[in-house]
Design a protein around this ligand. Structure first.
Ligand code: ATP
Ligand code: MG
Length: 568
């Protein structure tokens, strides 16, 4: 490609609304362009990156036995009503009506569509197993689209679905995908971790997430410092060791705590320790309210609670709901005298004489005790793990880091085949439900995650496998015939060797072209200058190390190929 006949429009300054480095650099390097919140164009350079990621994904999926197809983005409501998700998916699902007033949605994922295909075509165990995949545009009306293409509303996903005759067979399909995913992320040049993930309310199933390690990641990863245990914080187990207090139980008392809404304000006002306070959180799960009690210094883990009560949705109640349900003020919720079911984190079992809200403005209770002052429905692990907790596998220490979820594999079981009647005849002639798995990779998110891991103060440092071009040739002067001829010749020769090379033949100063080359982050750039040409060499720079090599003009092609082969 010659740049004079291509399109780039780099920016010198960071766009003011960009929050993370990948978003800043991809916008500046003319890879993406924002159209609306969470909706982006892939400009030509960005599209090249995307296509390279897709190629790697396709190759590994095909190798693992995946069969590619392409399903529509627009999906009829009927299938979603059949699976029960039309009502449950909530506001992330973009719904629309056609001219006949029929309901449709733009697919955020495709379980319903693929299950419909399979149930009408598959009759016998002889036709299974099958794994289908597609690389396709999804739409999710995210509450907080942010970080550019990392958490977009419209984005490209590789989604795959496996269909098997039994749980054991489904596990084999799952393992194949796990292997393919590892291969994909390694080939993309990413440093990643595979972590245990929350599998929601489906029951009996399991799932793993592929996390690219990065400080800007939205997910917290809990790992053990002495074994291979690693889990998303939503999932990471907190081991409970009973440690009951020996103190004498005091007498319940209601005290005035003016304007003390937060744990910190209550702690200060009553001169207590944070651990003496119990937070009462009102949550709404499938339209029912619950109060969850956790120690003042802990963080509530809604995913764990949602799984325990087996609900489809679970969120913190709104301020309005708190006032309606507790009849008290926001910040003063408590478990005493309320008819909402009360659940408590395991740790609360051991506490006596603690402080809670009194469901009344500016009031708290002190000397609160379970069974005397209120009853707990059930206890469980309802809090986030911390670095003070202990690994459930080996007793080692937890370490918490951050990551970007680039892939998710999931054993679905018979959730969809049951609801949507996807059956087959087994080898004994009996009807049976198909066992499913689903597997996603955020193709755009992979590109952004690569930038989060590979950049410096000048720009992006693309891993070679997914760089928009592998090499850029930069003639340093435009009016020198020899420089132009030699640049062209090198370009043609490298093209001939099958190298993905770009010639920056724009009518710009050398310095400008170099700045662009560094910002865009081609793994190698070669400058062709009047002076070096006169001395018989080109200057080749490996972008990652900024190490310059003088390469003799006569051996330039072979030398370049050699260096390119060597770098990652
Ligand atoms: P997240 O927790 O980040 O919202 P998810 O659990 O909703 O992800 P899945 O439904 O498992 O994601 O989707 C499969 C993959 O699609 C994810 O692993 C991620 O790489 C990608 N993905 C999901 N949501 C987005 C988004 N809003 N923008 C870009 N990629 C996304
Ligand atoms: Mg999501």
């Amino acid at each position: 490609m010659k740049l004079s006949n291509y399109f780039i429009d780099t920016l010198r300054e960071d766009p003011s609304d960009a929050e993370v480095i990948s978003q800043k650099l991809m916008l500046r390097a003319s890879m993406i362009k924002k159209l609306a919140s969470g909706i982006y164009t892939y400009l030509p350079l960005g599209l090249r990156v995307l296509r390279k990621v897709e190629k790697i994904v396709r190759e590994s999926m095909n190798k693992a036995g995946g069969i590619e197809l392409l399903m529509p983005a627009v999906q009829p409501a009927e299938l979603w009503q059949e699976s029960g998700r039309w009502d449950f998916y909530g506001k992330e699902l973009l719904r629309l009506k056609d001219r006949h007033n029929r309901d449709f949605c733009i697919g955020p994922t495709h379980e319903e569509i693929i299950t419909d295909i399979v149930r009408t075509s598959i009759r016998s165990y002889k036709q299974l197993p099958l794994t289908f995949y597609q690389i396709q545009t999804k739409f999710r009306d995210e509450v907080r689209p942010r970080f550019g293409i990392m958490r977009a509303r419209e984005f490209i996903m590789k989604d795959a679905y496996s269909f098997d005759v039994s749980d054991e067979a489904a596990e084999i399909s799952y393992r194949k995908m796990d292997k393919a995913y590892r291969e994909i992320f390694e080939r993309c040049g990413l440093t990643y971790k595979v972590v245990d993930a929350d599998s929601g309310a489906i029951g009996g199933s399991f799932s793993h997430e592929f996390m690219v390690t990065a400080e800007t990641g939205e997910d917290e990863i809990v790992s053990c410092n002495s074994c291979d245990y690693s889990a998303n914080i939503e999932k990471a187990t907190v081991i409970y060791n009973a440690n009951p207090s020996e103190n004498v139980k005091g007498k319940l008392e209601k005290v005035l705590t003016p304007k003390s809404h937060t744990v910190e304000e209550v702690r200060k006002f009553l001169s207590l320790k944070t651990e003496d306070i119990v937070k009462s959180m009102l949550v709404r799960c499938d339209d029912k309210f619950y109060i969850i009690l956790i120690r003042g210094d802990r963080e509530l883990n809604l995913a764990k609670f949602k799984n325990m009560i087996n609900s489809a949705t679970c969120e913190l109640a709104t301020a309005k709901e708190v006032v309606e349900v507790t009849k008290g003020d926001l910040g003063f919720t408590g478990p005493i005298g309320i008819d909402t079911p009360i659940y408590a984190d395991n740790e609360i079992k051991d506490m006596i004489n603690f402080v809670t809200g009194a469901n009344e403005k500016d009031m708290h209770y002190i000397n609160v005790n379970i069974d005397i002052d209120f009853k707990v429905e059930s206890y469980g692990d309802f809090r986030n793990a911390s670095e003070l907790d202990i690994c459930p596998k080996c007793g080692g220490k937890y370490v918490i880091t951050r990551g970007i979820e680039v892939g998710h594999i999931f054993k679905l079981g018979t959730k969809y085949s049951e609801k949507m009647k996807a059956h087959f005849i087994d080898n004994g002639g009996k009807g049976s439900k198909i066992v499913m798995g689903c597997y996603g990779i955020g193709v755009g998110r992979v590109a952004a995650a690569a930038v989060e891991q590979c950049y410096d103060d000048k720009g992006i440092l693309w891993p070679k496998a997914i760089a928009p071009f592998e090499i850029v040739i930069v003639p340093m002067s435009n009016d020198d015939e020899e420089v132009n001829n030699l640049s062209n010749k090198l370009y043609e020769d490298l093209l001939e060797k099958g190298i993905d090379v770009l010639l920056d033949d724009r009518d710009e100063r050398g310095g400008v072209k170099l700045k662009d080359a560094e910002l865009i982050g081609y793994p190698i750039y070669i400058t062709v200058g009047k002076k070096s040409v006169a001395e018989g060499y080109f200057e080749l720079t490996v972008r990652k190390e900024l190490i310059k090599h003088k390469i003799e003009i006569s051996k330039a092609v072979n030398k370049t190929v050699e260096i390119l082969d060597f770098i990652g």
